[in-house]
Write a protein that binds this ligand. Structure first.
Ligand code: UDP
Length: 237
């Protein structure tokens, strides 16, 4: 067992919510994530979540299809709010108190993002799900994760994703690709290793927030990672 965290930020990619569907949300996947998050909260670990939107809409793709990039990005941000609400529903079905806060105001359905309020919710044991990314086009939810983690004083970002860590080359095409147990921010930045986009890594580096990258496809991994077991790849100073 590794260390015990008090406050963590979990980044869930939108794609992870699709499960094996071609797009959208697989309810069984969301329910299994919620169950694991519930176990973590039961251990008095404060959990904030940033959720992506790639399972519904990606700005870059919209722009490639001829849309104005900023407009496409705003649609992407709205997609993340749908995912945030879905996750909230799954958590509340199993009695985990949650709040969704959005970076684009939608006051009929969620709180606006208010840093101090988010921290208060966390102190009270509520899971806070940040929807709407950073509220700015040309950014990503990875960068949002880094930003929110810094703002709320999270000790670490757990990035749940498709691959089980960071490799020195693409494991899908290179059978000899090696997985890093740990690597530095600088290494990740200079070698463009695909942990997170460079803006996100730079923000983590500046604020000394480590990133733990792990696979969401393995059942139990959210629980294991957030409870401090060393899995996947650790990116830090
Ligand atoms: N997005 C944005 N600003 C942000 C966060 C997200 O414009 O601060 C938009 C962007 O278009 C992005 C989409 O929302 O493509 C979905 O987010 P992302 O691709 O980061 O989700 P993930 O890859 O984690 O599913």
């Amino acid at each position: 067992m590794g260390r015990t965290y008090k406050r963590v930020l979990l980044k869930l990619s939108g794609e992870a919510l699709m499960g094996s569907l071609p797009y959208g949300i697989d309810p069984a996947v969301v329910q299994s994530f919620a169950a694991e998050i519930a176990d973590v909260v039961a251990k008095d670990i404060q959990v904030a979540i940033v959720v992506g939107g790639g399972n519904i809409f990606r700005g870059v793709k919209g722009a490639a299809g001829g849309m104005d990039r900023a407009t496409a990005d705003y649609i992407g941000m709205i997609a993340t709010i749908m995912n945030a609400m879905t996750l909230q529903d799954a958590l509340e079905q199993i009695e985990v108190p949650t709040r969704v806060q959005t970076a684009i105001s939608m006051q009929e359905i969620a709180e606006p993002y208010i840093r101090r309020r988010a921290m208060r919710h966390l102190e009270r044991g509520r899971v806070v799900i940040f929807g709407g990314g950073s509220g700015n086009p040309f950014f990503t939810t990875d960068t949002t994760a880094a930003l929110r983690a810094a703002e709320i004083d999270a000790e670490i970002i757990f990035k749940g994703t498709k691959v089980d860590g960071v490799y020195d080359s693409d494991p899908n095409t290179n059978p000899n690709a090696r997985r890093f147990k740990s690597l530095t921010y600088s290494h990740a930045l200079t070698h463009d290793i695909g942990v997170m986009d460079s803006t996100a890594i730079a923000l983590c580096k500046d604020n000394d927030i480590p990133i733990s990258v792990f696979a969401l496809s393995v059942s139990g991994n959210i629980r294991r990672a957030l409870m401090g077991e060393t899995i996947g790849t650790f990116v830090g100073g």
